[in-house]
Design a protein around this ligand. Sequence first.
Ligand SMILES: [Zn+2]
Length: 476
Amino acid sequence: MPLGGSARLRCTGCAAAMGYDPLAKFCPWCGKPLVAERPAPGALRVRGRGVWAYSRVLPLGRGVTLGEGGTALVQAGRLGEALGLGRLYLKNESLNPTGTFIDRGVAVDVSVAVELGYRRVVAPSLGDYGVSVAAYAAKAGLRALIFTPRSVEPNKLYQVVLMGGKVRLLDTYTDCVEEAVRYSERYGYYLSLPSSHTVLDGYKTIAYEILRDLGETPGYVVVPAGDGALISALHLGFQEARRAGLLEGELPRLVAVQTEASPVIAMRVLGREIRGAHETLAKDLLVANPLMGDYAVRAIRETRGTAVVVSDRDIVRAMHLLARHEGIVAEPSSATAVAGLARLAGEGLLDSDSSVVVVVTGSAFKDPVLLKRVAEQDREAGRELSALEEGERVGETKLRILEILAVGGEAHPYRVWQTLRRVYGSGLKPATIYQHLKQLEARGLVVGKRVGRRIVYRLTGKGRSVVEKYRESLEG
Ligand SMILES: [Zn+2]
Protein backbone atom coordinates (compact mmCIF):
# COMPACT_ATOMS: atom_id res chain seq x y z
CA MET A 1 0.00 0.00 0.00
CA PRO A 2 1.36 3.46 -0.86
CA LEU A 3 2.12 5.90 1.95
CA GLY A 4 -1.09 7.35 3.33
CA GLY A 5 -3.35 4.58 2.03
CA SER A 6 -6.72 5.97 1.03
CA ALA A 7 -6.24 9.33 2.77
CA ARG A 8 -6.67 12.70 1.09
CA LEU A 9 -5.40 16.07 2.20
CA ARG A 10 -7.54 19.07 3.06
CA CYS A 11 -6.42 22.66 3.53
CA THR A 12 -7.13 24.15 6.98
CA GLY A 13 -7.49 27.58 5.35
CA CYS A 14 -9.43 27.45 2.06
CA ALA A 15 -10.73 23.87 2.54
CA ALA A 16 -9.37 22.74 -0.85
CA ALA A 17 -9.02 18.96 -1.15
CA MET A 18 -6.04 17.29 -2.81
CA GLY A 19 -4.39 13.90 -3.22
CA TYR A 20 -2.22 12.48 -0.45
CA ASP A 21 1.38 13.64 -0.44
CA PRO A 22 3.50 13.04 2.68
CA LEU A 23 5.81 15.90 1.69
CA ALA A 24 3.07 18.51 1.20
CA LYS A 25 3.09 20.69 4.31
CA PHE A 26 1.14 23.72 3.08
CA CYS A 27 -1.74 24.41 0.69
CA PRO A 28 -0.42 25.38 -2.78
CA TRP A 29 -3.26 27.95 -3.09
CA CYS A 30 -3.45 29.70 0.27
CA GLY A 31 -0.33 28.55 2.13
CA LYS A 32 -2.11 27.17 5.21
CA PRO A 33 -1.28 23.78 6.78
CA LEU A 34 -3.00 20.60 5.60
CA VAL A 35 -4.72 17.77 7.45
CA ALA A 36 -5.18 14.17 6.33
CA GLU A 37 -8.73 12.89 6.00
CA ARG A 38 -9.53 9.21 5.83
CA PRO A 39 -12.77 7.57 4.83
CA ALA A 40 -14.43 5.53 7.58
CA PRO A 41 -11.66 3.15 8.60
CA GLY A 42 -14.31 0.45 9.07
CA ALA A 43 -13.94 -1.95 11.96
CA LEU A 44 -10.73 -0.64 13.48
CA ARG A 45 -8.66 -3.61 14.55
CA VAL A 46 -6.43 -2.43 17.35
CA ARG A 47 -3.62 -4.72 18.37
CA GLY A 48 -1.59 -4.05 21.47
CA ARG A 49 -0.99 -0.59 22.85
CA GLY A 50 0.78 2.50 21.69
CA VAL A 51 0.74 4.66 18.59
CA TRP A 52 1.40 1.86 16.11
CA ALA A 53 -1.62 -0.09 17.36
CA TYR A 54 -3.59 2.46 15.31
CA SER A 55 -1.59 1.95 12.11
CA ARG A 56 -4.85 1.61 10.11
CA VAL A 57 -5.32 5.37 10.51
CA LEU A 58 -1.63 6.29 10.14
CA PRO A 59 0.29 6.96 6.91
CA LEU A 60 2.26 3.72 7.28
CA GLY A 61 1.81 0.37 8.95
CA ARG A 62 4.84 0.44 11.18
CA GLY A 63 7.90 2.49 11.78
CA VAL A 64 10.52 3.71 14.21
CA THR A 65 9.48 3.20 17.79
CA LEU A 66 10.75 4.05 21.25
CA GLY A 67 7.53 2.81 22.87
CA GLU A 68 5.45 5.97 22.35
CA GLY A 69 1.75 6.15 23.24
CA GLY A 70 -0.28 3.77 25.36
CA THR A 71 0.03 6.23 28.24
CA ALA A 72 -2.04 5.94 31.41
CA LEU A 73 -5.44 7.57 31.81
CA VAL A 74 -5.70 8.01 35.58
CA GLN A 75 -8.67 9.14 37.59
CA ALA A 76 -7.65 12.27 39.47
CA GLY A 77 -9.75 11.86 42.60
CA ARG A 78 -7.87 14.19 44.90
CA LEU A 79 -7.39 16.95 42.34
CA GLY A 80 -11.02 16.55 41.28
CA GLU A 81 -12.14 16.94 44.87
CA ALA A 82 -10.01 20.07 45.27
CA LEU A 83 -11.64 21.54 42.15
CA GLY A 84 -15.17 20.26 42.79
CA LEU A 85 -15.15 17.88 39.81
CA GLY A 86 -16.43 14.36 40.39
CA ARG A 87 -15.09 12.70 37.24
CA LEU A 88 -11.72 14.14 36.44
CA TYR A 89 -9.12 12.14 34.52
CA LEU A 90 -5.55 12.87 33.52
CA LYS A 91 -4.12 11.53 30.28
CA ASN A 92 -0.52 11.39 31.40
CA GLU A 93 1.50 12.06 28.27
CA SER A 94 4.62 12.72 30.32
CA LEU A 95 5.04 8.92 30.25
CA ASN A 96 6.18 9.05 26.61
CA PRO A 97 9.83 8.22 25.74
CA THR A 98 11.13 11.81 25.86
CA GLY A 99 8.47 12.86 28.34
CA THR A 100 5.98 14.49 25.99
CA PHE A 101 2.99 13.76 23.70
CA ILE A 102 5.15 15.10 20.86
CA ASP A 103 6.84 11.68 20.61
CA ARG A 104 3.64 10.27 19.10
CA GLY A 105 3.76 12.67 16.16
CA VAL A 106 7.50 12.58 15.67
CA ALA A 107 7.55 8.74 15.69
CA VAL A 108 5.18 8.78 12.70
CA ASP A 109 6.90 11.70 10.96
CA VAL A 110 10.44 10.34 11.25
CA SER A 111 9.15 6.96 10.06
CA VAL A 112 7.80 8.68 6.94
CA ALA A 113 11.22 10.28 6.39
CA VAL A 114 12.90 6.87 6.68
CA GLU A 115 10.34 5.27 4.33
CA LEU A 116 11.03 7.98 1.74
CA GLY A 117 14.78 7.37 1.99
CA TYR A 118 15.85 10.60 3.69
CA ARG A 119 19.10 10.62 5.69
CA ARG A 120 18.70 14.03 7.32
CA VAL A 121 15.84 15.80 9.06
CA VAL A 122 15.44 19.48 9.98
CA ALA A 123 12.90 20.90 12.46
CA PRO A 124 12.01 24.15 14.23
CA SER A 125 11.57 23.74 17.98
CA LEU A 126 10.55 25.67 21.08
CA GLY A 127 12.27 23.03 23.19
CA ASP A 128 10.51 19.68 23.47
CA TYR A 129 9.91 19.16 19.76
CA GLY A 130 13.65 19.27 19.05
CA VAL A 131 14.44 16.74 21.79
CA SER A 132 11.89 14.35 20.34
CA VAL A 133 13.14 14.76 16.75
CA ALA A 134 16.73 14.19 17.92
CA ALA A 135 15.67 11.04 19.78
CA TYR A 136 13.79 9.45 16.88
CA ALA A 137 16.43 10.53 14.38
CA ALA A 138 19.07 8.85 16.55
CA LYS A 139 16.97 5.69 16.77
CA ALA A 140 16.52 5.66 12.98
CA GLY A 141 20.14 6.57 12.20
CA LEU A 142 19.25 9.97 10.70
CA ARG A 143 21.05 13.28 11.22
CA ALA A 144 18.92 15.91 12.96
CA LEU A 145 19.27 19.69 12.69
CA ILE A 146 17.17 21.78 15.08
CA PHE A 147 16.45 25.50 14.78
CA THR A 148 15.43 26.90 18.14
CA PRO A 149 14.99 30.35 19.76
CA ARG A 150 17.80 31.59 22.01
CA SER A 151 15.38 31.62 24.94
CA VAL A 152 15.19 27.80 24.93
CA GLU A 153 15.93 25.93 28.18
CA PRO A 154 19.61 24.87 27.93
CA ASN A 155 18.79 21.42 29.31
CA LYS A 156 16.79 20.70 26.20
CA LEU A 157 19.74 21.65 24.00
CA TYR A 158 22.07 19.37 25.94
CA GLN A 159 19.74 16.46 25.25
CA VAL A 160 19.60 17.21 21.51
CA VAL A 161 23.39 17.43 21.32
CA LEU A 162 23.84 14.28 23.40
CA MET A 163 21.70 12.37 20.91
CA GLY A 164 23.88 13.54 18.04
CA GLY A 165 21.67 16.41 16.86
CA LYS A 166 22.92 19.78 15.68
CA VAL A 167 21.39 23.00 17.01
CA ARG A 168 21.23 26.50 15.52
CA LEU A 169 19.95 29.38 17.67
CA LEU A 170 17.80 32.14 16.15
CA ASP A 171 15.83 35.05 17.59
CA THR A 172 12.20 34.00 17.33
CA TYR A 173 10.22 30.83 16.72
CA THR A 174 8.85 32.30 13.47
CA ASP A 175 12.47 32.69 12.26
CA CYS A 176 13.07 29.05 13.18
CA VAL A 177 10.09 27.81 11.13
CA GLU A 178 11.13 29.88 8.11
CA GLU A 179 14.75 28.81 8.33
CA ALA A 180 13.81 25.12 8.65
CA VAL A 181 11.58 25.38 5.56
CA ARG A 182 14.37 27.12 3.58
CA TYR A 183 16.94 24.57 4.72
CA SER A 184 14.82 21.62 3.65
CA GLU A 185 14.27 23.16 0.22
CA ARG A 186 17.89 24.11 -0.32
CA TYR A 187 19.74 21.13 1.15
CA GLY A 188 17.30 18.26 0.76
CA TYR A 189 16.54 17.70 4.44
CA TYR A 190 13.25 16.10 5.42
CA LEU A 191 11.18 18.89 6.99
CA SER A 192 9.56 17.92 10.30
CA LEU A 193 7.05 20.61 11.23
CA PRO A 194 4.84 20.43 14.33
CA SER A 195 1.87 21.30 12.08
CA SER A 196 2.52 18.57 9.45
CA HIS A 197 -0.37 16.21 8.80
CA THR A 198 2.04 13.32 9.32
CA VAL A 199 2.73 14.63 12.84
CA LEU A 200 -0.94 15.34 13.60
CA ASP A 201 -1.74 11.75 12.63
CA GLY A 202 0.46 10.57 15.50
CA TYR A 203 -1.04 13.07 17.99
CA LYS A 204 -4.50 11.92 16.93
CA THR A 205 -3.98 8.54 18.62
CA ILE A 206 -4.50 10.30 21.99
CA ALA A 207 -8.19 10.67 21.08
CA TYR A 208 -8.53 6.94 20.31
CA GLU A 209 -6.80 5.98 23.55
CA ILE A 210 -9.01 8.28 25.64
CA LEU A 211 -12.14 6.69 24.15
CA ARG A 212 -10.80 3.19 24.67
CA ASP A 213 -9.59 3.67 28.25
CA LEU A 214 -12.48 5.82 29.48
CA GLY A 215 -15.08 3.56 27.87
CA GLU A 216 -17.26 6.56 26.98
CA THR A 217 -17.04 9.93 25.27
CA PRO A 218 -15.70 12.50 27.73
CA GLY A 219 -17.71 15.67 28.27
CA TYR A 220 -14.65 17.88 28.01
CA VAL A 221 -11.06 17.50 26.91
CA VAL A 222 -8.77 20.24 28.19
CA VAL A 223 -5.37 20.86 26.61
CA PRO A 224 -2.68 23.53 26.59
CA ALA A 225 -2.45 25.34 23.25
CA GLY A 226 0.51 27.02 21.59
CA ASP A 227 0.50 26.44 17.84
CA GLY A 228 -2.89 24.67 18.10
CA ALA A 229 -1.59 21.36 16.71
CA LEU A 230 -2.65 19.17 19.63
CA ILE A 231 -6.21 20.43 19.91
CA SER A 232 -6.59 20.18 16.11
CA ALA A 233 -5.29 16.62 16.14
CA LEU A 234 -7.70 15.65 18.92
CA HIS A 235 -10.58 17.03 16.86
CA LEU A 236 -9.39 15.04 13.83
CA GLY A 237 -9.07 11.92 15.98
CA PHE A 238 -12.50 12.18 17.60
CA GLN A 239 -14.13 12.86 14.22
CA GLU A 240 -12.39 9.89 12.67
CA ALA A 241 -13.33 7.71 15.66
CA ARG A 242 -16.96 8.72 15.12
CA ARG A 243 -16.73 7.67 11.46
CA ALA A 244 -15.28 4.36 12.67
CA GLY A 245 -18.26 3.88 15.01
CA LEU A 246 -16.18 4.30 18.19
CA LEU A 247 -17.99 7.44 19.31
CA GLU A 248 -21.68 8.21 19.16
CA GLY A 249 -23.32 11.62 19.28
CA GLU A 250 -21.50 14.82 20.06
CA LEU A 251 -17.72 15.14 20.13
CA PRO A 252 -16.20 16.11 23.50
CA ARG A 253 -16.08 19.86 24.10
CA LEU A 254 -12.53 20.95 23.36
CA VAL A 255 -11.00 23.50 25.71
CA ALA A 256 -7.76 25.30 24.81
CA VAL A 257 -5.74 26.89 27.58
CA GLN A 258 -3.19 29.54 26.64
CA THR A 259 -0.82 31.81 28.52
CA GLU A 260 -1.15 35.58 28.77
CA ALA A 261 2.08 35.84 26.83
CA SER A 262 0.65 34.04 23.80
CA PRO A 263 -3.17 34.12 23.71
CA VAL A 264 -3.74 34.30 19.93
CA ILE A 265 -6.16 31.36 19.65
CA ALA A 266 -8.03 32.33 22.83
CA MET A 267 -8.48 35.92 21.61
CA ARG A 268 -10.14 34.64 18.46
CA VAL A 269 -12.37 32.20 20.34
CA LEU A 270 -13.36 34.71 23.01
CA GLY A 271 -13.52 37.62 20.56
CA ARG A 272 -11.65 40.08 22.71
CA GLU A 273 -8.21 41.62 23.15
CA ILE A 274 -6.05 40.05 25.87
CA ARG A 275 -2.85 41.67 27.04
CA GLY A 276 -0.39 40.36 29.58
CA ALA A 277 3.23 39.47 30.13
CA HIS A 278 5.53 38.98 27.14
CA GLU A 279 7.40 36.17 28.83
CA THR A 280 6.09 32.91 30.22
CA LEU A 281 7.38 29.86 32.05
CA ALA A 282 5.43 27.81 29.50
CA LYS A 283 7.99 28.34 26.75
CA ASP A 284 6.61 25.58 24.54
CA LEU A 285 3.40 27.60 24.19
CA LEU A 286 5.05 30.88 23.18
CA VAL A 287 3.87 31.06 19.57
CA ALA A 288 3.14 34.39 17.89
CA ASN A 289 1.69 32.87 14.71
CA PRO A 290 -0.04 29.59 15.56
CA LEU A 291 0.17 27.52 12.39
CA MET A 292 -2.89 25.45 13.30
CA GLY A 293 -4.78 28.48 14.64
CA ASP A 294 -7.58 28.47 12.04
CA TYR A 295 -8.33 24.80 12.50
CA ALA A 296 -8.07 25.00 16.31
CA VAL A 297 -10.56 27.90 16.50
CA ARG A 298 -13.04 26.02 14.29
CA ALA A 299 -12.62 22.82 16.31
CA ILE A 300 -13.35 24.66 19.56
CA ARG A 301 -16.43 26.40 18.12
CA GLU A 302 -17.75 23.27 16.44
CA THR A 303 -17.57 21.26 19.66
CA ARG A 304 -19.04 24.12 21.77
CA GLY A 305 -15.79 24.24 23.69
CA THR A 306 -14.01 27.32 24.92
CA ALA A 307 -10.62 28.91 25.56
CA VAL A 308 -9.04 30.17 28.77
CA VAL A 309 -6.03 32.40 29.37
CA VAL A 310 -3.86 31.98 32.47
CA SER A 311 -0.90 33.77 34.03
CA ASP A 312 2.45 32.36 35.17
CA ARG A 313 1.22 32.62 38.74
CA ASP A 314 -1.75 30.38 37.84
CA ILE A 315 0.63 27.96 36.15
CA VAL A 316 2.93 27.65 39.16
CA ARG A 317 -0.09 27.10 41.42
CA ALA A 318 -1.31 24.39 39.04
CA MET A 319 2.10 22.68 39.14
CA HIS A 320 1.82 22.55 42.93
CA LEU A 321 -1.79 21.29 42.78
CA LEU A 322 -0.92 18.52 40.35
CA ALA A 323 2.23 17.48 42.21
CA ARG A 324 0.65 17.58 45.66
CA HIS A 325 -2.66 15.92 44.78
CA GLU A 326 -1.78 13.51 42.02
CA GLY A 327 1.96 12.84 42.28
CA ILE A 328 2.64 14.18 38.80
CA VAL A 329 5.43 16.67 38.24
CA ALA A 330 4.39 18.40 35.04
CA GLU A 331 6.23 21.07 33.14
CA PRO A 332 4.73 24.57 33.01
CA SER A 333 3.28 24.06 29.53
CA SER A 334 1.28 21.03 30.69
CA ALA A 335 0.33 22.59 34.01
CA THR A 336 -1.21 25.36 31.91
CA ALA A 337 -4.10 23.00 31.13
CA VAL A 338 -4.68 22.33 34.84
CA ALA A 339 -4.52 26.07 35.53
CA GLY A 340 -7.22 26.65 32.92
CA LEU A 341 -9.32 23.82 34.34
CA ALA A 342 -9.04 25.33 37.84
CA ARG A 343 -10.16 28.68 36.45
CA LEU A 344 -13.22 27.21 34.66
CA ALA A 345 -14.18 25.04 37.64
CA GLY A 346 -13.78 28.00 39.99
CA GLU A 347 -16.10 30.10 37.86
CA GLY A 348 -18.63 27.26 37.67
CA LEU A 349 -18.31 27.08 33.89
CA LEU A 350 -18.00 23.30 33.71
CA ASP A 351 -20.92 20.91 33.96
CA SER A 352 -19.80 19.12 37.14
CA ASP A 353 -21.55 15.84 36.20
CA SER A 354 -19.58 15.51 32.97
CA SER A 355 -16.36 13.59 32.70
CA VAL A 356 -13.35 15.81 32.10
CA VAL A 357 -10.05 14.65 30.64
CA VAL A 358 -7.00 16.88 30.97
CA VAL A 359 -4.06 16.07 28.75
CA VAL A 360 -0.88 16.44 30.81
CA THR A 361 1.35 17.03 27.83
CA GLY A 362 4.83 16.70 29.31
CA SER A 363 7.13 16.12 32.24
CA ALA A 364 9.22 18.73 34.05
CA PHE A 365 12.22 16.47 34.46
CA LYS A 366 13.98 18.13 31.54
CA ASP A 367 14.50 21.26 33.61
CA PRO A 368 15.77 20.83 37.19
CA VAL A 369 16.54 24.55 37.66
CA LEU A 370 12.93 25.42 36.95
CA LEU A 371 11.74 22.77 39.42
CA LYS A 372 13.70 24.46 42.18
CA ARG A 373 12.22 27.86 41.33
CA VAL A 374 8.71 26.43 41.36
CA ALA A 375 9.27 24.56 44.64
CA GLU A 376 10.51 27.78 46.25
CA GLN A 377 7.22 29.46 45.40
CA ASP A 378 5.19 26.97 47.45
CA ARG A 379 5.17 27.80 51.16
CA GLU A 380 5.61 24.28 52.45
CA ALA A 381 7.94 23.04 49.72
CA GLY A 382 9.95 26.25 50.01
CA ARG A 383 10.41 25.78 53.76
CA GLU A 384 11.50 22.21 53.26
CA LEU A 385 14.03 23.29 50.64
CA SER A 386 15.56 26.05 52.72
CA ALA A 387 15.79 23.74 55.74
CA LEU A 388 17.51 21.18 53.54
CA GLU A 389 19.96 23.69 52.19
CA GLU A 390 20.64 25.24 55.58
CA GLY A 391 21.18 21.79 57.07
CA GLU A 392 23.51 20.86 54.25
CA ARG A 393 25.59 23.99 54.72
CA VAL A 394 25.70 23.60 58.49
CA GLY A 395 26.64 19.93 58.42
CA GLU A 396 25.52 17.09 60.65
CA THR A 397 27.84 17.54 63.65
CA LYS A 398 27.18 21.26 63.78
CA LEU A 399 23.41 20.67 63.61
CA ARG A 400 23.73 18.31 66.59
CA ILE A 401 25.73 20.87 68.54
CA LEU A 402 23.01 23.45 67.84
CA GLU A 403 20.38 20.92 69.01
CA ILE A 404 22.27 20.33 72.25
CA LEU A 405 22.45 24.05 72.92
CA ALA A 406 18.77 24.46 72.03
CA VAL A 407 17.76 21.81 74.55
CA GLY A 408 20.21 22.61 77.34
CA GLY A 409 20.53 26.38 77.01
CA GLU A 410 24.14 27.37 77.76
CA ALA A 411 26.93 24.83 77.73
CA HIS A 412 30.68 24.78 77.76
CA PRO A 413 32.53 22.82 75.05
CA TYR A 414 33.43 19.89 77.29
CA ARG A 415 29.76 19.44 78.18
CA VAL A 416 28.82 19.56 74.50
CA TRP A 417 31.46 16.94 73.75
CA GLN A 418 30.12 14.67 76.54
CA THR A 419 26.54 14.94 75.32
CA LEU A 420 27.55 14.23 71.73
CA ARG A 421 29.34 11.10 72.87
CA ARG A 422 26.54 9.94 75.15
CA VAL A 423 23.51 10.74 72.99
CA TYR A 424 24.86 10.31 69.48
CA GLY A 425 27.78 7.97 70.12
CA SER A 426 30.12 10.48 68.54
CA GLY A 427 33.81 9.56 68.60
CA LEU A 428 35.07 13.09 67.88
CA LYS A 429 37.83 14.58 70.03
CA PRO A 430 37.12 17.56 72.33
CA ALA A 431 39.46 19.71 70.21
CA THR A 432 37.27 19.09 67.15
CA ILE A 433 34.20 20.25 69.07
CA TYR A 434 36.08 23.48 69.96
CA GLN A 435 36.73 23.97 66.25
CA HIS A 436 33.06 23.46 65.34
CA LEU A 437 31.94 25.91 68.03
CA LYS A 438 34.42 28.53 66.80
CA GLN A 439 33.12 28.12 63.25
CA LEU A 440 29.51 28.33 64.40
CA GLU A 441 30.38 31.52 66.26
CA ALA A 442 32.04 32.98 63.16
CA ARG A 443 28.77 32.36 61.29
CA GLY A 444 26.72 34.05 63.98
CA LEU A 445 24.83 30.90 64.98
CA VAL A 446 26.23 30.70 68.54
CA VAL A 447 27.90 33.18 70.85
CA GLY A 448 30.61 32.46 73.45
CA LYS A 449 30.88 34.19 76.83
CA ARG A 450 33.84 33.92 79.19
CA VAL A 451 32.81 32.70 82.64
CA GLY A 452 35.83 32.46 84.93
CA ARG A 453 38.42 30.38 83.06
CA ARG A 454 35.95 28.76 80.67
CA ILE A 455 33.89 29.82 77.70
CA VAL A 456 30.17 29.06 77.72
CA TYR A 457 28.23 28.94 74.44
CA ARG A 458 24.58 29.62 73.70
CA LEU A 459 22.45 29.90 70.55
CA THR A 460 21.86 33.21 68.82
CA GLY A 461 18.47 34.00 67.30
CA LYS A 462 19.83 32.94 63.92
CA GLY A 463 21.09 29.66 65.38
CA ARG A 464 17.71 29.00 66.96
CA SER A 465 15.92 29.53 63.68
CA VAL A 466 18.20 27.02 61.93
CA VAL A 467 17.35 24.40 64.58
CA GLU A 468 13.63 25.19 64.35
CA LYS A 469 13.56 24.99 60.58
CA TYR A 470 15.36 21.69 60.73
CA ARG A 471 12.92 20.29 63.30
CA GLU A 472 9.90 21.51 61.37
CA SER A 473 11.11 19.85 58.22
CA LEU A 474 11.46 16.55 60.10
CA GLU A 475 8.06 16.81 61.72
CA GLY A 476 6.35 17.86 58.48
ZN1 LIG B 1 -5.76 26.52 1.08
